[in-house]
Design a protein around this ligand. Structure first.
Ligand SMILES: [Zn+2]
Length: 817
């Protein structure tokens, strides 16, 4: 559907915004008549300067269209666009259509909970899916108020951007909303479990599927407390009241992103309602996500980027404010250290690849190309640069500028230029001398990070700019210096290619606290010293900084895998145990172990078992150590023993049971029957995802054939099940999957016929043969990106090829002994 439509070009958006002013939308949806489709009647009132334009519409079928009372021929609809000729002055367009429920996390997504058979629906319009729900002028700078009327099954609750009430059974009427961009209009409908609260005059609510109601109840107080603390802090910092009335936080199934900042009705992926026990890292991730979406209510929703080229600023601002507010006013005062593990390498690696781009000023000629640059550079690098800017300007100027921006463009749109103008005026008014133009050109308009390294022989810090993106940037950061057994912290300013640093030291860790934006690479002596020193470091920020230094070295083939394993064996980073592919543990086991000397996995397993003994029973560190021990295990008897009786302090919940079952399956110790029986005993969304991953990881031809049918789309699974299958596919003996390496490249282009958007690109990445570290696989990857691929697929595969090239460089530089 979306592959059949034309992405909106920037020049088209500019022309349409110059022609039209939207008065309001009236949208009438019937969600009760079918499980496949829904009725959608949209009335758009707008004024025009008169002349031809088009409305965006991606329906299943159209019943009737009228413009100013005259019929419009639905047959003129092509590639998602309906041409119309507007009158000068007031116009009214009415579109009666049938729209598709989708199952890929975009548009109006409908899914059935395997636990109890109940169906749930939510809207995700970002970034160009609104026309699959209602007819609209789909661009961020044509804002208008919306009035929704919804017919739903009688046992459903319906929530939208504005407050709504059920006027008769199954009939819901919503208040007229504030002016909204099309991309954040939403609707959340189903037999949801609801919890209500209130804070400072703002009605608050939470919702989840009924089958996880008890888990939402358990954490409701934590979630409401976080929300209240963040509201107070945002009100204090911004001095502008939250402008959208109610604040609902909906946890929804099969959601692609972490969350979406729809004004008044934020949607979160529902694994953030914890049905199994989680580590502190996961709670921090949820808290920063809550705060991030709240920051967007001002930056993004109240004032919205005029065009997609400023989307980075939207995310950078929310990311910086979300982390800052979480660390400052909630129980998670260690949020920055966790973010360092979770996000830093996402941005640094993206910024070192051939596909890097400047943070700002990418042009983004159309919506689809804008999405390709929506990456670790937008979130992680952009927020690091804003943090530097806030530190340089000082809080008074930083927030005075932001408030000026919110006030000038309230309920409207603005650009980066507007915001930086507000900051320049605020700085001038406060008498703060700061060269914003130089800052912008060095950090936001020039791509690539500098490399920083310490030369112990010359006692200098070397700064190297990327050769493809020359720059002359200064860096101010802290360095951690180990002398004997004593760590001290030193402030350093680097303004040239070599900066003297005269210290007596056996280890120097540059920029461990993420003060600047650079790839800091440890020298050989520091790496050796860390083997003994890391275990006694208790400062979470410094530990995260050490691992980021090691990962930056790995990315540049500047550290021996044997040394990384020695350090990890001495001090596993079990405080960082979440499974997001960007974090440290998946890197350690997925990238380092395969290139390290034989026996590395076994040594890390023993280290995890020792950790399990050392840490207090019942603690989250114990859970982390246990999960690492399961991840690295290969003994059937041990895994079976844990399945029957876990260590004291641990209870086997759904998550742990499936981690163990998956490990048994991967090693050939669990049958398909055993896996299906475990699912049937406890059917749930997350269990089904685990089941599909485990089924694919069984080391036999039948399982790999099943996994392949998921990749090609022959077996149709929801988004997260596809990812689980992809991540499990390449496990097991290489001879089982060797034949699929070539098939991946020949069959990849056709996957675009079965999937689109987010899930298409994610599947391409998840199934990439990253374990095949050979010149042939690299050449095949380089060749396939030359084909006419979906842009999302091309970006993921080029980045995967870049990773492969870097793995090859490690393999060549440090041959396996
Ligand atoms: Zn965001």
């Amino acid at each position: 559907m979306s592959t059949q439509s034309l992405p909106l070009r920037r020049d088209e958006a500019t022309a349409r915004a110059g022609l039209l002013t939207i008065e309001d939308y009236d949208v009438r949806l019937d969600l009760a008549s079918s499980e496949e489709t829904f009725g959608s009647v949209t009335t758009i009132r707008f004024t025009s300067k008169g002349g031809p334009t088009f409305v965006d519409l991606k329906p299943v079928s159209v019943a009737r269209i009228s413009l100013n009372g005259s019929p419009v021929d639905p047959a003129t609809l092509a590639k998602g666009r309906l041409p119309i000729t507007t009158l000068e002055g007031a116009n009214e367009l009415v579109v009666e259509a049938t729209m598709p429920f989708r199952n890929d996390g975009e548009g109006l997504h409908r899914s059935v909970d395997p636990a109890d058979g109940r169906a749930y629906v939510y809207g995700m319009c970002f970034m160009d899916a609104a026309p699959t729900i209602f007819a609209c002028f789909d661009q961020p700078d044509l804002k208008a108020p919306y009035t929704f009327h919804v017919t739903a099954p009688r046992d459903w609750t319906v929530i939208g951007n504005a407050p709504g009430t059920q006027t008769s059974p199954g009939e819901w009427e919503f208040e007229r909303s504030q002016p909204l961009s099309t991309y954040f209009v939403t609707l959340v409908a189903g037999p949801w479990h609801m919890i209500h609260d209130e804070h400072d005059g703002i009605p608050l609510s939470l919702s989840s599927r009924q089958s996880i109601a008890a888990d939402l109840d358990k954490d409701a107080e934590e979630l409401f407390t976080l929300t209240k603390q963040c509201f107070d802090e945002f009100h204090r910092l911004f001095g502008i009241r939250y402008p959208f009335g109610n604040y609902h936080q909906a946890f929804v199934p099969e959601f692609n992103a972490g969350a979406m900042e729809n004004p008044g009705c934020v949607t979160f992926r529902d694994p953030l309602v914890f049905t199994s026990r989680v580590t502190r890292g996961m709670r921090i991730q949820r808290a920063t996500t809550v705060a991030h979406e709240m920051a967007h209510q001002w930056f993004g929703d109240l004032v919205t980027p005029q065009w997609w080229d400023d989307l980075w600023l939207n995310e950078s601002f929310a990311e910086y404010m979300g982390n800052r507010v979480t660390a400052d006013v909630t129980q998670y005062d260690d949020a920055w250290a966790d973010m360092s593990y979770a996000r830093r390498q996402w941005g640094l690696t993206a910024d070192q690849r051939g596909s890097t781009h400047s943070v700002a000023g990418n042009g983004a000629e159309d919506a689809v190309s804008a999405l390709q640059n929506f990456d670790g550079i937008s979130y992680s690098k952009g927020s690091a640069i804003l943090r530097q800017l806030a530190a340089s300007l000082g809080d008074d100027v930083f927030f005075a500028g932001a408030i000026d921006h919110f006030t000038r463009h309230r309920f409207g749109n603005a650009t980066m230029h507007d915001l930086f103008g507000s900051w320049a005026s605020a700085a001038a008014a406060a008498g703060v001398e700061f060269d914003l133009d130089t800052f912008t050109s060095q950090w936001l308009l020039t791509a690539g990070p500098d490399t920083l390294s310490w030369d112990p022989a010359k006692m200098v810090v070397n700064r190297t700019a990327p050769s493809l993106h020359p720059a002359n940037r200064s860096h101010t950061f802290r360095a951690a210096i180990l002398n004997g057994t004593q760590w001290t912290v030193e402030d350093i300013t680097v303004t040239g290619d070599q900066t003297p640093l005269q210290v007596a030291a056996n280890a120097v860790v540059l920029d461990p606290y993420d003060d600047t934006w650079a790839a800091a690479i440890p020298d050989w002596e520091t790496v050796q010293a860390l083997k003994g020193a890391l275990p006694s470091i208790t400062d979470g920020g410094l530990r995260a900084g050490v691992w980021n230094n090691l990962r930056s070295a790995w990315f540049n083939a500047a550290v021996d895998p044997a040394d990384v394993i020695d350090i990890a064996e001495a001090s596993l980073p079990i405080e960082d145990v979440e499974d997001s592919p960007r974090r440290t543990m998946p890197w350690l086991f997925g990238s380092v172990v395969p290139l390290a000397p034989a026996g590395a996995r076994e040594r890390l397993h023993e280290a995890a078992l020792r950790k399990l003994e050392e840490v207090p029973p019942g603690s989250e560190l114990q859970l982390s150590a246990y999960r690492t021990a399961i991840r690295s295990a290969s003994s059937e008897s041990l895994l079976r023993e844990w399945l029957a009786a876990p260590p004291a302090g641990i209870e086997t919940d759904l998550d742990l049971r499936w981690r163990i079952l998956a490990k048994l399956a991967e090693n050939g110790f669990a049958s398909r029957e055993e896996l299906h029986a475990a699912y049937d005993a406890e059917p749930a969304n997350d269990a089904r995802i685990h089941l599909n991953g485990a089924l694919v990881s069984i080391p036999d031809a039948e399982s790999k054939a099943y996994g392949w049918s998921v990749f090609t789309g022959e077996t149709d699974l929801p988004n997260y099940d596809i990812l689980a299958a992809g991540r499990a596919f390449w496990t097991g003996p290489a001879e089982l999957t060797a034949g699929y390496v070539e098939r991946y490249f020949s069959e990849l282009p056709a996957t675009a016929e079965k999937r689109s958007g987010w899930s298409l690109a994610e599947a391409a990445e998840a199934f990439f043969p990253s374990g095949s570290v050979t010149e042939e696989t690299l050449a095949a990857a380089r060749a396939v990106v030359q084909l006419d691929l979906d842009p999302g697929v091309r970006r993921r595969v080029s980045d995967a090829a870049d990773n492969l090239q870097r793995q090859l460089a490690v393999k060549v530089t440090y041959p396996r002994r």
